[in-house]
Ligand binder design. Structure first.
Ligand code: SF4
Length: 440
């Protein structure tokens, strides 16, 4: 399986004990939605996001009372705390005194070089790193014309100017962020920025939206950059009071790209007209129960047994359902057949037992019954062209076209023209031709 090469930044910084950049694992962060000075609510949210897997948490510090509360928050927080400061450099100074593990500020909105210098000097002395950055909505005036001509170049230029300002202040303990509400601009500007600076880069899409749209925008934007090897820490911005949802989405992006491992991976077929049980409910229940597992097990859910275990054979565990019964399988081999309403409980009993004992235990006679059941269903539906079988046939045909395979592909969806060029699949020959239009 292809592995992504994570290039990351050349420089590394530490936010308390969490390394950022320089090849460290991409850190997942989120931001508390609570009023920071409300200690009880803030600490509860910090514990919740830490449990969900946040490596770092940011809190807003817009008032003196928030800076005061930081003292306790930093002491009690199980993960490093970043103080988010805008417009008021005095609060940044107080946050450093309060023990904040990192200060986030945009040098462009803090009141001029002198004030940035004051914060940088104090941060240097205290060994506190900073996140500096630019937002697309607040670029310095001298870049407005460039912004109109080339908004990406203007964003990158602003970030590079701030980097140079920090370097001229002898402060190099920072990471950089460029935030935009536009996914294409976020991708283009961060790609460019990563070529121009050696510092760690924080990725995020500003005001990404609700759980649904925000997760998608972030997955596309951050996923593209991370796949390029750009980005050392990420935050998914979602319009929800449940900050742990941001953490979960962040982890799913990293897991999908196989950049980091955390907990189980659930795979499930998309379902089709062959589905024989209430898979929506079953998948949701399995997903819910898997949340309490730390182990990186892969669990597959198939909507029918028509294809056998097929494409899910690499999964550690799985189920495939039929009308009244279903099959539990492990590593591509049947384990046991159970009544349908016991599928989920039995699946988790098998998972728990294997985790306890360090291996999957197979009852040979139950496994044989399961294999027989599966073989019967496969035989009964041997002529059915499922999405999985069509994909397998297409793969077989493609391999044959490459000339390595002498056997005739069953479907011949791709053939060679006399000139040797590929011809498109003939819709008239295709078993799926017109299906989507004719189905009642
Ligand atoms: S044929 Fe494939 S997609 Fe359709 S229900 Fe069965 S496993 Fe799911």
């Amino acid at each position: 399986m292809a592995k992504l090469v994570v290039m990351a930044s050349k420089r590394q910084i530490f936010v308390r004990d969490v390394p950022i950049g320089g090849g460290a694992p991409v850190a997942v962060q989120t931001m508390c939605k609570t009023e920071t000075a409300n200690l009880e609510a803030t600490m509860e949210q910090i514990r919740t996001v830490a449990d969900a897997g946040a490596d770092l948490v940011r809190v807003a510090v817009p008032r003196e009372s928030d800076a005061d509360a930081l003292k306790t928050i930093v002491k009690q927080s199980p993960i490093p705390v970043i103080a988010d400061i805008h417009f008021n450099h005095t609060l940044a100074l107080k946050a450093i005194d309060a023990g904040a593990d990192c200060i986030r500020l945009n040098p462009g909105n803090i009141g001029g070089r002198e004030k940035v210098a004051e914060v940088a000097a104090k941060a240097n002395k205290a060994g506190v790193p900073m996140r500096i950055g630019v937002n697309s909505g607040s670029l310095p005036k001298h870049l407005h014309e460039l912004e109109r001509e080339n908004s990406v170049e203007a964003l990158v230029q602003a970030a590079v100017e701030f980097v140079e300002m920090m370097e001229s202040l002898d402060f190099e303990n920072f990471k950089v962020s460029i935030k935009s509400t536009s996914v294409p601009n976020t991708i283009a500007s961060n790609r460019l920025l990563s070529e121009r600076i050696p510092y760690p880069i924080h990725l995020g899409i500003t005001e990404a939206g609700t759980k649904w749209t925000g997760s998608l925008k972030s997955s596309v934007g951050l996923g593209t950059l991370l796949a390029d090897g750009v980005g050392d820490t990420i935050r998914i911005s979602l319009s929800t009071f449940h900050a742990e949802e941001e953490v979960k989405v962040g982890w799913e992006i990293l897991k999908a790209l196989q950049i980091r491992e955390k907990g189980p991976v659930l795979i499930a077929c998309p379902t089709c007209g062959r589905l024989q049980f209430d898979m929506d409910t079953v998948v949701a229940e399995i997903e819910r129960r898997l949340e309490s597992y730390e182990e990186p097990i892969e669990v597959a859910v198939l909507g029918c047994a028509v294809n056998g275990i097929g494409e899910a054979s690499h999964a550690d565990f799985g189920i495939t359902g039929a009308k009244n019964e279903g099959l539990i399988f492990a590593h591509g081999k049947p384990l046991r057949k159970v009544p349908q309403d016991e599928l989920v409980d039995t699946l988790f009993a098998e998972i728990d037992r294997s985790l306890d004992r360090g291996k999957v235990e197979v009852d040979e006679s139950e496994a044989a019954q399961g294999a027989e059941w599966l073989a019967r269903i496969e035989e009964e539906s041997a002529g059915e062209l499922t999405p999985e079988r069509i994909a397998a046939m297409e793969a077989e045909a493609a391999e044959a076209e490459n000339g390595d395979v002498t056997a005739e592909p069953f479907l011949k969806p791709v053939t060679k023209s006399p000139e040797g060029k590929s011809k498109q699949l003939d819709e008239g020959d295709s078993p799926t031709a017109g299906r989507r239009f004719t189905r009642a």
